[in-house]
Design a protein around this ligand. Structure first.
Ligand SMILES: [Zn+2]
Length: 271
């Protein structure tokens, strides 16, 4: 069963050992992360599905990173000390794969409708590690399933989420799902010169997430999406695909853009 779901940012600038200069500028986000981590600890998930924008991406297929153990660290940001090990949830991972394979063999088409592949990458990308780092301060008793988005279109990301949901609601395990997703300006290459475009995108996304208008996210202006320099739209769509037919209530814990990247912390709560 799914017991928790959230959207969180993943900027290294919100990590105290990396940003010693102006961490306090992101106070709202850091406090919201702490509140969210306490909320996660309360529901005690056994397994955490984490969909990061910066996880390794394969062309044309979604992927799940399958390993017995993973490590997250901040070496590439100059912090040589912090490192945390996480266990993989092999059991649930196999069940998900089995489900996708079964649907594939039952289908008469040459290709499965949502292609899924497995990879093994024990080193976690920073988009995966940053949320886990915060959660770990409050709660440690979970294994993880890192999921990657891909180059397929937005609708297919929703479809992939919906299909994942079938297995995630069937399992007896308590599962948390987290989209680690930067809003505008997260992508270095596509950082918008005009921050008002970034703000426009962020406000639209927040409103649609808050009002559960998932289908309208698919209709967002493509130019606006491209110009915003966002990185989180696809991971968010997978998450919203998982939640689509479930009863949840979005709570926006914080939003700010202190360093030019939109940071959203939202708990999509189950009643
Ligand atoms: Zn990002």
């Amino acid at each position: 069963m799914i017991c928790f779901s959230a959207i969180v940012p993943h900027s290294p600038k919100i990590i105290p050992t990396i940003n010693q200069e102006d961490l306090d500028k992101a106070n709202k986000t850091i406090n919201a992360y702490k509140i969210l981590s306490k909320q996660l600890a309360k529901v005690k998930p056994e397994s955490l599905v984490i969909i990061s924008s910066h996880a390794p991406i394969l062309d044309g297929a979604f992927s799940i990173n399958l390993a017995q153990e993973y490590e997250g660290n901040f070496k590439s940001f100059g912090d040589l000390i912090t490192k945390i090990q996480f266990k993989g949830d092999l059991e649930l991972n196999y069940k998900i794969r089995e489900k996708f394979e079964m649907d594939f063999s039952a289908s008469s088409a040459d290709k499965p409708d949502v292609p899924l592949t497995m990879m093994t990458e024990p080193h976690l990308d920073y988009g995966t590690f940053i949320p886990l780092y915060y959660f770990f301060q409050e709660y440690k008793d979970f294994s993880i399933i890192p999921v990657s988005h891909c180059s397929l279109d937005y609708q297919q990301h929703l479809d992939f989420g919906q299909k994942l949901r079938e297995e995630l609601t069937l399992t007896n395990k308590r599962v948390a799902i987290v989209a680690s997703a930067g809003l505008s300006g997260c992508s270095e290459k596509e950082k918008p010169k005009d921050t008002s475009i970034g703000q426009q995108f962020d406000q639209k996304m927040i409103k649609l997430i808050k009002n559960k208008k998932t289908d309208q996210i698919l209709k967002l202006n493509q130019k606006l999406i491209e110009k915003s320099g966002q990185c989180g739209l696809r991971p968010i769509l997978i998450l919203l695909g998982i939640l689509k037919e479930l009863n949840y209530q979005p709570e926006i814990l914080s939003y700010e853009a202190p360093f030019g990247t939109g940071y959203l912390v939202a708990n999509l709560k189950f009643s």
